[in-house]
Design a protein around this ligand. Structure first.
Ligand SMILES: Cc1cc2nc3c(=O)[nH]c(=O)nc-3n(C[C@H](O)[C@H](O)[C@H](O)COP(=O)(O)OP(=O)(O)OC[C@H]3O[C@@H](n4cnc5c(N)ncnc54)[C@H](O)[C@@H]3O)c2cc1C
Length: 464
């Protein structure tokens, strides 16, 4: 084993999509960077995932779009089905179009580009165990190396990109960062990549990702059917974390047997995982410390897409680390601009979509069928909500909806109340305090909005 250096400007824990992006942009600016992952180098990127990623992030970061062996297929848009399959909303937006990737090849490319950008030390097969503190500020980590030796590594800044089960978030000493993620804010998933002969079965809608809402077949989540190429699919299911059964059984009955019509199949990959589906952590930074990606709950609460936001967060965290080093200040006050950049951009969108997610999870199949069939939310509106995290309806539009929703007045009223709260929270996030000292007032206002939505759900349930 090569000699392990022990002191860095920045240590990044986790070489997934978030960590490799943070590593690339910190190393590119000449910082002395250490990147660590518990997996062997050749397995980095191999993750149980739906494998879908939009175009936009590659343009934003000015990095190569997926191509060659990384690219499974191009996607034009999404098709969203009501539970009874009678309504299909096609979501077509050039900004939402993108790719289905080969996750391993994609991850390997991101890793190689980060290392080429000048990462000083890359430690694979290395388990990160704990945070080190000096005078209330994170100043390093404890790791177990490949040879079993436990060592301390020091850094001015530690970036945690270790995913949903982050071992470090639980070790943070201040109360600013939540240590545990509530079960109701996470989705349990199971998926397979299934290959068959094109002569036995055709891939439906090969240019679209298909999502089916169904509270009975996928309680609290959805079923997905994503093409990979003319003879393989990535199909899966997401459900509430406290689902009282095996998610794999749910998948077999409601997804596999539903979509796979031939017995001549190869299962190329299978497995489960958990996605956080809530707004980002209250604070994604602390003294000497930043969290990015799943570790910071930076996943789109509506569809569970986390590749794009983890890369955005990696970029923002890298910029904040560079400024902090220039100013020789690693305090939360200095790193607050990372929070500011996250919350005022995709954080605003995710907070708003989180409210929508909470309400959608409380609806019955009957409500979903009714709302989607009557266009109480149209395709354009869903796109507007998912790209901006909010929706502005004209009075005419509202009147049309009132007529369409006349037989379900409570649903219409709830959706309108939700729309107002979504716009409110989005505005609040876009006005995220520039300084830490105004944070607690801001937080109270966000909590009030969540309380309002929860009260609305309780009231609606009681009235049924
Ligand atoms: C079933 C499923 C389907 C999904 N589908 C999609 C989709 O289609 N599109 C999309 O955009 N998103 C999807 N997501 C979400 C997406 O996969 C994640 O949001 C994204 O990978 C987050 O990246 P990350 O860098 O934060 O974490 P990860 O990719 O999870 O990377 C974390 C890294 O940290 C390492 N690590 C963890 N603990 C330690 C430790 N103690 N020491 C050292 N290293 C450690 C891990 O080995 C891993 O390499 C899906 C998720 C699931 C579970």
């Amino acid at each position: 084993m090569e000699t392990v250096e022990k002191s860095f400007d920045v240590i990044i824990v986790g070489a997934g999509t978030g960590g490799t992006t943070a590593a690339r942009f910190t190393a590119k600016k000449g910082l002395n960077v250490c990147l660590i992952d518990r997996k062997p180098r050749g397995d980095i990127g191999d993750k149980i995932c739906g494998d879908a990623v939009g175009n936009e992030i590659f343009d934003m970061l000015k990095i190569n779009h997926p191509r060659n062996e990384e690219l499974s297929c191009y996607i034009k848009g999404a098709k969203l089905y009501s539970p009874n399959h009678k309504k299909c909303i096609t979501l077509l937006d050039p900004k939402q179009a993108g790719y289905i990737v080969n996750r391993l090849e994609f991850g390997q490319r991101l890793l190689n580009e980060a290392l080429d950008a000048g990462v000083k030390q890359f430690l694979d097969k290395t388990m990160v165990l704990d945070l080190l503190y000096k005078n209330g500020t994170v100043n390093g980590i404890q790791v177990k190396l490949n040879n079993g030796e436990k060592v301390k590594l020091n850094a001015k800044i530690v970036i945690d990109a270790s995913g949903f089960y982050s071992p470090l978030r639980k070790k943070v000493k201040s109360t600013l960062i939540e240590k545990n993620i509530l079960k109701e804010d996470s989705i349990l998933c199971y998926r397979e990549i299934v290959k068959f002969s094109p002569s036995d079965q055709e891939v439906q809608d090969p240019e679209y990702i298909t999502i089916i809402l169904d509270q009975e077949k996928a309680p609290g989540g959805y079923i997905w059917y994503f093409p990979k190429n003319e003879s393989s699919l990535n199909i899966g299911i997401g459900t509430f974390m406290d689902y009282q059964g095996k998610v794999k059984d749910l998948y077999k009955t409601n997804v596999y047997h539903e979509f796979i019509k031939t017995s001549n199949v190869d299962i190329l990959s299978s497995g489960g995982g958990v996605v956080p589906v809530r707004r980002p952590l209250w604070s994604c930074a602390d003294n000497g410390f930043m969290l990015i990606g799943d570790a910071a709950c930076q996943v789109n609460p509506l569809h569970g897409g986390g590749i794009d936001p983890s890369m955005r967060a990696g970029y923002h965290a890298a910029n904040s680390a560079v400024h902090a080093l220039e100013n020789n200040d690693y305090s939360i006050d200095e790193l607050w601009d990372y929070n500011y950049n996250v919350m005022t951009s995709f954080g605003a969108e995710f907070a708003s979509l989180d409210l929508l997610r909470i309400v959608l999870q409380s609806l019955s199949n009957e409500d979903l069928n009714f709302g989607l069939e009557r266009d109480l939310l149209s395709g354009e509106e869903i796109l507007e909500i998912s790209s901006k995290g909010g929706l502005n309806l004209s009075i005419v539009n509202m009147a049309v909806k009132a007529i369409k929703g006349i037989s379900h007045p409570n649903l219409l009223l709830d959706l309108n109340y939700l729309r107002i709260r979504m716009n409110e929270i989005s505005k609040l996030y876009k006005n995220f305090p520039k300084n830490f000292d105004q944070f607690s007032d801001w937080k109270e206002k966000v909590v009030e909005i969540y309380d309002k939505i929860n009260r609305m759900i309780i009231k609606t349930k009681k009235s049924k």
